[in-house]
Design a binder for this molecule. Structure first.
Ligand SMILES: N[C@@H](CCC(=O)N[C@@H](CS)C(=O)NCC(=O)O)C(=O)O
Length: 321
């Protein structure tokens, strides 16, 4: 797993260009392959989340470019990955790979040591099937319940078609769990590509309060507490952007994932640390937590940490001193 070593999109970059570049350096693998990944809004783009998790959750280094969906910058970004016109899109050693499932299969072939699919042939066949069914299915759920990682609508009333999708997902999740005798919290025990593809499905159950069994609730909570997902969600919160058309006019409740430590953004540059926990640069933006002031070299780095302090190892090293 990646250990909090992302250099991230800055809010000023987002405001100025509505377009941003970010790089990550994986910590567990050394190889000569170079990967670039194009993604959209962290809060709303479910396929982008899948594309990103394929790298982050399996510790595969990648250089990430992002742009707001439906903007001119988005067209420019996807244009760099022609013939792809959607995100995620990627370049693997110069070759454009578009579509999340193609990226998953290509990465699994290139990185056998990352065990992205279950090693057991029976489980692997089932994992491929369950992943493919997600990739091509659940149209009602995807249309009516778009991914929205900053909302929880407890009174949302699902249509019959959405309920049918939920029942099918429940069956698939139960079938996967039964196949490995519940040996681990993920669909096939260990985290696999199947979990990548169902991560945004899990968040839809959370956002729209969709019906589920206790076992599925535990699986959803496992996703919401997963460190890479928490980092992704907190970066989306720090982007501080509402994509038109994604919110519903319904009462809201708190997010059902882990409750963040109570940090707030504050004015001034006084802080207890001399260097930013992520870049080593001079702190210019400060948060307050438990009466302590901790500084960061960029507004975005401060804000993503405020959104979910525990998601960020570099911050927690300072906080826990
Ligand atoms: N089947 C594709 C789906 C890609 C897709 O629909 N991406 C959406 C983002 S969630 C997109 O790029 N939308 C932009 C648009 O429609 O203009 C995959 O698996 O990657």
């Amino acid at each position: 797993m990646i250990g909090g070593c992302w250099a991230l999109i800055t809010t000023c970059e987002l405001h100025r260009h509505n377009f941003a570049f970010a790089k990550t350096v994986g910590v567990g693998q050394s190889n000569a392959m170079t990967y670039e990944l194009a993604i959209g809004d962290k809060t709303y783009s479910s396929w982008s989340l899948r594309g990103w998790l394929l790298f982050a959750a399996f510790d595969i280094p990648v250089s990430v470019k992002s742009a707001r969906m439906y903007s001119n910058e988005f067209k420019t970004l996807t244009g760099e990955f022609a013939p792809s016109k959607l995100v995620p899109a990627a370049r693997f050693d110069g070759a454009v790979v578009w579509d999340s499932l193609a990226m998953a299969e290509e990465l699994a072939s290139r990185h056998p040591d990352a065990t992205m699919w279950p090693t057991d042939p029976t489980l692997r066949a089932m994992a491929r099937s369950i992943t493919a069914e997600m990739h091509s299915g659940f149209g009602a759920l995807r249309t009516d319940c778009t991914m929205n990682l900053i909302r929880h609508y407890p009174t949302f009333k699902p249509s019959d078609a959405v309920l049918a999708d939920c029942a099918r997902i429940e069956l698939l999740w139960n079938t996967a769990r039964a196949a490995h005798n519940n040996d681990g919290p993920w669909l096939f025990g260990e985290y696999s590509i199947a979990d990548v593809f169902y991560a945004p499905i899990a968040t839809r159950f959370a956002t729209y309060g969709l019906p589920r069994s206790d076992a599925s609730e535990a699986y959803i909570q496992t996703h919401l507490a997963e460190p890479n997902f928490r980092r992704w969600r907190s970066m989306g919160i720090a982007q501080n952007y509402i994509q038109p058309g994604y919110d519903k006019d319904l009462p809201e409740d708190d997010w059902i994932g882990p409750t963040p430590l109570p940090a707030i953004a504050v004015d001034g540059t006084d802080c207890e640390n001399d260097t930013c926990p992520y870049s080593g640069g001079v702190p210019t933006h400060v948060l307050e937590i438990d009466g302590r002031r901790i500084g960061f070299c960029k507004e975005f780095c401060r804000d993503k940490t405020v959104a979910d302090p525990e998601a960020w190892d570099g911050f927690m090293k300072i906080y826990q001193i």
